[in-house]
Design a binder for this molecule. Structure first.
Ligand code: GLN
Length: 447
């Protein structure tokens, strides 16, 4: 079983916070019996899957890699988990992540540092580093992550796997522990585009439990994989190929674009001048929402509670100062600041205006092209500690991915080369809302 592989490599990779071997064997037995009875099974039946530890799993620890939730066992399944259970997929374990999904390297986890299976001295990316590493290391053929500002696409790029961030609203967020609710989306990782398409089609769709989930009728993405790219218009936004992006990354992405052009795609340069505003807008909006979403962790209902305290207020204070890590506290303070009266207009409102501007610019861009291609990350996977002492440097590494969340668009990262250090390079394809089928088809043609 997959656990032979997990037992063999998990010591080195450390992709998991929790391993659910017993439950997995019980579930596998159930599927076997169904199969023996000749019942019709879903293609995902019996397939092992790893799930990011901010997605609620009934009776299985869901920690968000935080001390704050070190003992939290949800009494219910997230909608995505429910859907996968119904398909017969088998949960193998919960994957490590940056605490509450805040980070780009999985180094802010309270529990452990996940290594990049392609180079153990490198970070796997983040925040869904465990989910990307598990797939890259063969510890699970597919996995789920969440992406608020790049947390699926960037680790997919760093680990050399495929990762899809769906259109905002395409996948239910019910049971996903909220970081920035207006940007968060759950999405799949896989070794191939086909695996990612299969997993996406299993989890997408309207959910009455999530009012922001969309009624959109999704195209059959599996059928779409058979199409070609003749006449597909690919836009290359100049702003994503400027200073700050490593030369080898640009070259590798442009070589991939060339390959698509040879298959009949039409390539043109376009411009998205507001790209430069995306970083400040993102870190203001995401932190503002986080400061509100994380207010619920107060030691009262669940999770960690300080051992010693004098009164209720003291209990809150000690619980939150002991339970949250440094990065989470930084975001809560930043978010509280930009929302405070007197600063609200100067920061939060301006960030929301920039968000509108960025989204409008993308919409205009898509009048000229069907998809856009950019690097997923400015560099290959960096070494442990390289950015962790300098938050602004770490934030800057998100420059290629956050715009997509700000505009609510779908994006996919596909491996497209290897850097001088032997680490994978990823290219990002971005499409208009609900263009997952086009993105997957293009990615499949490149692959
Ligand atoms: N790296 C970004 C951040 O730290 C994105 C994280 C994410 O997508 N969850 O906020």
């Amino acid at each position: 079983s997959i656990y032979e592989r997990i037992d063999a490599v998990e010591d080195k990779v450390e992709a998991f916070v929790t391993i659910t071997k017993e439950q997995a064997y019980a579930k596998a037995k159930e599927i076997d019996e169904k199969f023996a009875r000749g019942e019709k099974l879903h293609p995902l039946a019996g397939i092992p899957i790893a799930i990011k530890d901010n997605i609620c799993t009934k009776d299985v620890l869901t920690t968000c890699s935080s001390k704050m939730l070190y003992n939290f066992v949800p009494p219910y399944d997230a909608t995505v988990m429910q859907k996968l259970n119904d398909c017969g997929a088998i949960l193998v374990g919960k994957t490590n992540m940056d605490e509450f999904a805040m980070g780009s390297s999985t180094e802010t986890s309270y529990f452990k540092k996940t290594k990049n299976p392609r180079g153990l001295d490198r970070v796997p990316g983040g925040s869904s580093g465990g989910s990307a590493a598990a797939v890259a290391a063969g510890e699970a053929p597919i996995s789920l992550g969440s992406d608020t500002g790049g947390s699926i696409r960037q680790p997919a790029s760093f680990c050399g796997v495929v990762g899809l961030k769906p259109t905002y609203g395409a996948v239910s967020r019910y049971g996903l522990v909220a970081f920035a609710s207006s940007l968060d989306q759950i999405g799949p990782f896989g070794r191939t585009v086909e695996d990612v398409a299969m997993l996406f089609s299993a989890i997408c769709g309207r959910d009455p439990m999530d009012a922001t989930s969309s009624k959109h009728e999704h195209e059959d993405v599996m059928a779409a994989l058979n199409g070609d790219v003749k006449g597909l218009r690919i836009g290359i936004p100049a702003e994503y190929f400027g200073d700050g992006i490593d030369a080898e990354v640009k070259e590798s992405v442009m070589a991939a674009v060339k390959k698509l052009e040879e298959q009949g795609a039409i390539v043109k340069e376009i411009s998205l001048p507001s790209t430069k505003y995306a970083l400040p807008a993102y870190y203001i909006i995401a932190s503002a929402e986080a400061s509100s979403n994380l207010a619920r962790f107060d030691g009262v209902k669940y999770g960690y509670r300080a051992k010693e305290f004098t009164d209720l207020t003291d209990m809150y204070e000690r619980t939150r100062s002991e339970g949250f890590g440094e990065e989470v506290k930084r975001r809560i303070m930043l978010g509280t600041f930009v929302l405070s009266s007197g600063y609200y207009d100067a920061y939060y409102n301006r960030a929301k205006l920039l968000q509108r501007q960025i989204a409008d610019e993308f919409a205009k861009g898509f009048e000229e092209c069907d998809i856009m291609i950019t690097p997923t990350s400015p560099s290959t996977a960096f070494k442990f500690g390289a950015n962790s002492s300098d938050p602004v440097k770490m934030y800057a590494a998100d420059i290629c991915t956050i715009n997509v969340n700000i505009a609510g668009l779908p994006g996919i990262s596909v491996p497209c080369g290897v850097g001088a250090d032997g680490m994978p390079i990823g290219m990002q394809m971005i499409g208009p809302k609900f263009s997952e089928a086009t993105l997957l088809r293009t990615a499949a043609n490149y692959e």
